[in-house]
Design a protein around this ligand. Structure first.
Ligand SMILES: [Zn+2]
Length: 283
């Protein structure tokens, strides 16, 4: 049965000047991350009904790390729904010390004022976990996670969400280890196009959706209530307000994972009804 819900892309790169009609034409709920503080103002000024814009400072971008100011971040966070892309990267030439300073400053702030935080951890999975554990908080979404099994167990224990893309589908590392209710789908558009030709635009999560369905059908069906929990609500004190969370549709097991009721929650509550207030309420 075709799903009435749009796919969800929990991590994609979109230019902040994109025409609103182009985003709407994607027919997907997009978490659009930014790389540099210089993008934040334009991102937050947008009013896209199905796109949530994040504020980020990418660890691989020197100018982003240099421009990061913790006070400006704290002030901007008050206006923001989502934080990302932030994190650590062990493969780039940017200063490791500067990466750590920025990431710790971000985590300190979001620990005090939680948001969904899309975290980059390429070749730095242990260091990212260490930093997170120094700043415990709900809402961490590990993007394109490639940690070891022991590290993944640590991240699950911490309460992380995981956004997986077509690269994980082609070369699975953690797919079979993750609780289905903690998994989100993403494209990291445009960076996964080489590994996943079908990720040709934001929201094109069909490859990872298929892999999740294949490896976890029985698990997903068997833990339907868990899947139906909106991820960002599960660690908060407040109950989820969406009917979809309380009354999962009976055909939930037939839906691709990225279109499970959280997508409905994203679309109706988080995005359409006012992202900032709703997401904060969920945390
Ligand atoms: Zn990215």
């Amino acid at each position: 049965m075709p799903s009435p819900l749009p796919p969800r892309d929990a991590h994609a790169h979109v230019l902040t000047g994109i025409a609103p009609s182009e985003l709407l034409a994607l027919n997907a709920v997009i978490f659009a991350v930014t790389r540099e503080p210089s993008e934040w103002r334009a991102a937050l000024a947008r009013q896209d009904p199905t796109t949530v814009w994040g504020i980020g400072a990418h660890p691989g971008v020197t100018s982003a790390l240099q421009a990061f100011d913790p006070d400006v971040f704290a002030a901007t966070l008050a206006q923001a729904t989502l934080v990302g892309e932030v994190g650590l990267d062990g493969r780039t030439r940017t200063s490791a010390a500067q990466q750590r300073t920025v990431f710790e400053a971000v985590l300190r702030r979001t620990a005090a004022d939680p948001r969904p935080v899309s975290v980059h951890s390429a070749a730095a999975t242990k260091a990212v976990l260490d930093a997170m554990e120094r700043n415990p908080q709900p809402g961490i979404i590990l993007h394109w996670w490639r940690g070891s099994r022991a590290e993944t167990a640590r991240a699950i224990e911490y309460g992380c969400w995981f956004s997986l893309n077509g690269s994980e589908a082609g070369d699975p590392k953690v797919l079979d280890q993750l609780p289905p209710e903690r998994v989100l789908t993403e494209t990291d558009f445009p960076h996964t196009r080489r590994q996943d030709r079908r990720a040709a635009k934001p929201g094109a999560v069909v490859t990872i959706e298929a892999a999740l369905h294949e490896c976890g059908t029985s698990t997903i069906g068997g833990s339907q209530a868990g899947v139906a929990q909106p991820p960002l609500a599960s660690r908060g004190n407040r109950p989820a307000s969406a009917d979809a969370a309380r009354n999962p549709a009976t055909d939930a097991r037939d839906r691709p994972l990225s279109r499970q009721p959280f997508a409905l929650l994203s679309l109706n509550d988080v995005v359409v009804c006012g992202p900032r207030q709703q997401v904060r309420q969920l945390l």
